[in-house]
Design a protein around this ligand. Sequence first.
Ligand code: SAM
Length: 245
Amino acid sequence: MSFAATILTLYPEMFPGPLGVSLAGRALAEGRWSCEPIQIRDFATDRHRSVDDTPAGGGAGMVMRADVLGRAVDHAIAKQPEAPLLAMTPRGAPLTQARVRALAAGPGVTILCGRFEGMDERLFEARPIEPVSIGDYVLSGGEMGALTLLDACIRLLPGVMGAASSGDDESFETGLLEYPHYTRPVEWEGRTIPEVLRSGDHAAIEAWRKARAETDTRLRRPDLWERHEGARVQSPSGARQKKER
Ligand code: SAM
């Protein structure tokens, strides 16, 4: 079964865009996933095909209308009722590799892309929409976020990366950043590949990689490290607590 991506957008011409080349492009040609952008403006009812209006309470910019978005969302739900419905917004929960894996294991995804100042909040109350952010910065529209999310999902689909690279020991899969990589030439601008990686001693290489993954996570991503350490410390004591009862 192919992974079906439906994208509600004011710019359908942005899809598949960069996902039409390389790994994702090949997978698209092979039918491993499908891409259907839907024009939100088609769900406007006035003669100007308006999708936005001025913000209630005043302020700059325009807001996407709940009635127009509601119709667009209902159309997508009717077409693919089993697919999770996501909306791109900086106000959403940050996208994680765990969420990406869960989505990639499913039938597909419907993604609503915002523009302007964002979407009328009543839409989120009235429909089963999961608000998703791709990071703590503001894009001009949800389309780049949708492309990012889809790229992360597509590479995990069966047969896309090939058996050699399942992505199992990549960054975030174990709660840590991945260890650093090196390749030939052995010496570059006076810097050499760490000795251990050229030793052929697989146990030593594994130990070095584990140590570097931990050090780099601690130094570069103290937030991840704290969560990782919290989970590690908690699980043995959690097990102990259970036994003591
Ligand atoms: N006024 C909004 C705010 O401050 O939260 C920003 C609106 S932004 C200019 C327009 C659209 O870009 C949003 O509706 C959303 O779809 C998308 N967008 C911007 N930043 C995003 C992010 N970090 N993650 C996901 N989508 C984002």
